[in-house]
Ligand binder design. Structure first.
Ligand code: SF4
Length: 280
C-alpha cells in the first residue's frame, strides 16, 4: 500500500488545493480536538505506528518526478507526544532531505522545534495551526506555546498560520493571533461539522450547542458528509480575516470553501518555490 497518496479531502468540490501528495507518519492523533474532521477513522485517538513505513516511503519517493509537494500531515499530527521518543517523523524528514522532496509540515505541536536543524536544510514550509480555542483542543500544546514556537521557526523558515477552523461565536474575532505571529501566509476556514464533532463540542461548551445547531443543521448546507454554515455567513467571516491580513501586508487563502482569494495558493505551498520565499 502507498504511503504517499494524492490529497483528496472527502472528494470535495469545495477544495482549492490542486495536486499534492498526502503523507501521515502516524495513524491517529493524540491532540483530541473536539472539532477534528478525521474521527471517521476507527480508534482515531490512539496513535499507532505504521508497519514497514520507511521501506514504503523510500519506494514511493523513488517514483517521484521531483516537483510534487508532500503535505505532512492532513489527517493526523506528525508530532504526537510519542514522537519525542520514537523519532519517526524525524527519520521521514531525513529521507525527504535525501530525496530533495518539497514538504509542507502541518502541526499543532511545538515539538517541531526539535527538527528545525533538518527542516532548514530541506525545501520545507511549516504550517502551524493556532485557533485560540484551547478548550476544544484538549491535549494539544497551548496557544501560548504554539505562538512561541511559531516565532522561533519564523527566524529560519517561512511559516504559514492556519487560523482554522473559525468556530462562530468563539474565535472569529481573535485576529490578534495573526498580528502577533506575523506569518508568511494565513490559511483560514470556517468550522465544518459532523454529528460526532458537534456532540463533542456541545459537551465541552454547552452554551454554544444551540447556536451551532441552528447555524449548521437548521440553516446550513451539507457537502460530502460535512455540515457548513450558509454561504453568505461563511463569506462574511472569511473576508473579515482576509481584510485584516491585507492590512498587515499578509496573504490569505481559504480552505475547502470554494471562494476566490488573491493568494497564490490556499495552503501556502507557493512558499516552497524559491522565488516566493522570503530571504532567510
Ligand atoms: S491536531 Fe488535527 S488531526 Fe489531530 S485531533 Fe486535532 S484536528 Fe484532529
Amino acid at each position: 500500500m502507498r504511503v504517499l497518496k494524492p490529497f483528496d479531502p472527502w472528494k470535495s468540490e469545495l477544495c482549492t488545493c490542486g495536486y499534492k501528495l498526502s503523507f501521515n507518519p502516524y495513524t491517529g492523533c493524540a491532540h483530541c480536538c473536539d472539532y477534528c474532521y478525521a474521527t471517521y477513522i476507527p480508534k482515531f485517538w490512539e496513535v499507532r505506528e505504521k508497519k514497514d513505513l520507511f521501506r514504503k516511503l523510500e519506494r514511493d519517493l523513488d517514483e517521484l518526478k521531483g516537483d510534487e509537494v508532500i503535505s505532512m500531515s492532513n489527517s493526523s499530527d506528525p508530532y504526537p507526544p510519542i514522537e519525542k521518543e520514537k523519532e519517526i517523523t524525524r527519520k521521514c524528514l531525513k529521507l525527504f532531505k535525501e530525496y530533495g522532496a518539497k514538504v509542507l509540515v502541518i502541526t499543532k505541536s511545538d515539538l517541531v522545534l526539535r527538527d528545525l536543524d533538518l527542516l532548514s536544510e530541506i525545501n520545507a514550509v511549516v504550517s502551524m495551526s493556532i485557533t485560540g480555542c484551547d478548550s476544544l483542543e484538549k491535549f494539544a500544546p497551548s496557544t501560548d506555546k504554539r505562538i512561541i514556537a511559531f516565532r522561533k521557526i519564523s527566524e529560519v523558515l517561512p511559516v504559514v498560520l492556519r487560523f482554522d477552523p473559525i468556530v462562530p461565536f468563539l474565535n472569529e474575532n481573535r485576529l490578534k493571533i495573526i498580528e502577533v505571529c506575523q506569518p508568511s501566509h494565513v490559511v483560514t476556514s470556517t468550522l465544518k461539522l459532523r454529528r460526532d464533532s458537534f456532540n463533542r463540542i456541545a459537551k465541552t461548551l454547552p452554551w454554544l450547542a444551540e447556536r451551532l445547531r441552528r447555524l449548521y443543521f437548521k440553516e446550513g448546507e451539507k457537502f460530502g458528509g460535512y455540515w457548513y454554515m450558509r454561504k453568505d455567513l461563511r463569506l462574511g467571516i472569511l473576508r473579515k480575516v482576509e481584510e485584516f491580513c491585507e492590512s498587515l501586508g499578509i496573504t490569505c487563502g481559504f480552505c475547502r470553501e470554494s471562494f476566490e482569494f488573491k493568494a497564490k495558493s490556499c495552503d501556502g505551498k507557493h512558499l516552497l518555490d524559491e522565488k516566493d520565499r522570503k530571504k532567510f
